[in-house]
Design a protein around this ligand. Structure first.
Ligand code: ZN
Ligand code: ZN
Length: 371
């Protein structure tokens, strides 16, 4: 960890006319300065004024935690506040001293708690609040080589969980039982946290974000398994495979699943520098539309991934941002038939200098499990 990301954020703030960035516990803070603080009511914030040195505002009782975190080695000034201090006034005073006047435009983290954002606003009356994403996402969207290796590590870990699915996903078990086994496997295979376990069996598979239920898996069920976790460095995995349990798929399912697989492959293959995010979405959607299944593909094709499972760039119509090497995102088209079943195929991919690197392996066809 170096101070470079904080300084890069300050440069973008300067360039875009933002007078002050305020980032509170969460992925923005961890990304910029390496401090993985827990969010709570007491204010912890990284303040990056357009001019002058950035600084951290932390509750005094947590100042030792900054010191032992990567942020402790960055040379950031740490302003520790006592329980009876007004933490927002401490922040406002230090900012105004650096800028020589109160900031006009203050950008707060998109996932900063409202009580903290409004506290900043109260302490800096006359300033206008806006979101920090336009500044911070410019940095976070483009992964360094080291970050891509972190995502590759996470991808390989979740692939190993999918490879164990035959021992977990069986006829006669409930989705909840399968999900509990998957959660254990996610931890056993190199994650420190479980983000989500979606086991959408039969009709439940038609609800893309269905998680778990007491439904018992039946012979012949198509089952969507979308799972992800967090590794020790904070980077995320997210991979979907669709299974058929205890018997082959019906010819009808096999037919539209083949369309989905073609669409997913087309979308991944379209990834290269200069292609827009919406063109990656269209590459999958066009295949599904042309086969007549378009109205059953009810979500965007993908999302960026890094320290958050869902982050920029979003792979969706209307997002004309051109891909650049280092962008990492999911490619996850799906087809959902209400009342019957669904299917989704999801890989994390990275835009490289001349094409695409896929961070998930494992079969993308409808995987038959003996049940
Ligand atoms: Zn997913
Ligand atoms: Zn995803």
């Amino acid at each position: 960890m170096t101070i470079d990301r904080v300084h890069a954020a300050r440069e973008i703030a300067e360039e875009t006319g933002v007078d002050l960035l305020v980032l509170t516990p969460g992925s923005d803070l961890r990304y910029l300065c390496g401090y993985d603080a827990h969010a709570m009511e007491r204010l912890t914030a990284l303040a990056v004024p357009r001019r002058g040195e950035p600084f951290l505002v932390v509750p005094r009782l947590e100042a030792p935690m900054v010191e032992v975190s990567p942020a402790g080695g960055l040379g950031l000034e740490v302003l520790a506040w006592d329980e009876t201090d007004d933490a927002f006034a401490v922040l406002a005073g230090a900012v105004t001293a650096r800028l020589g006047s109160a900031p006009a435009r203050v950008a707060v983290g998109n996932r900063t708690w409202a009580e903290h954002a409004l506290g900043v606003q109260r302490a800096l009356p006359g300033s206008a609040l806006e979101l920090a994403a336009p500044v911070v996402d410019r940095l976070r969207m483009v992964k360094s080589a080291a970050e891509i290796e972190e995502l590759a590590f996470a991808g390989a870990a979740i692939d190993r969980v999918h490879a164990r699915m035959h021992s977990m996903l069986k006829v006669g078990r409930t989705e909840a039982e399968v999900g509990a086994d998957i959660a254990r496997a996610i931890l056993e295979e190199g994650h420190v946290g479980v983000d989500f376990t979606i086991v959408g069996s039969g009709p439940n598979g038609a609800s893309p974000h269905h998680e778990l239920s007491d439904r018992v898996v039946e012979a012949g069920d198509v089952v969507v398994v979308d799972i992800g976790g967090e590794t020790a460095t904070g980077y995320r995995s997210d991979c979907t495979r669709t299974y058929v349990v205890g018997g082959p798929p019906s010819p009808a399912v096999a037919e539209w699943y083949a369309v989905l697989q073609t669409a997913q492959a087309a979308s991944s293959a379209a990834v290269r520098p200069g292609v827009t995010a919406e063109a990656i979405d269209a590459a999958a959607r066009d295949v599904i539309d042309q086969a007549g299944w378009g109205k059953h593909f009810i979500h965007r094709t993908g999302h960026g991934i890094g320290l958050d499972t869902h982050e920029a760039p979003y792979i969706v119509a209307g997002n004309d941002i051109p891909l650049v090497p280092g962008m990492a995102f999911s490619v996850e088209p799906g087809i959902y038939l209400a009342g019957e079943c669904g299917a989704r195929i999801e890989d994390i991919v990275v835009c490289t200098e001349d094409g695409v690197r896929t961070l998930n392996e494992g079969p993308r066809e409808l995987v038959e499990l003996p049940g």
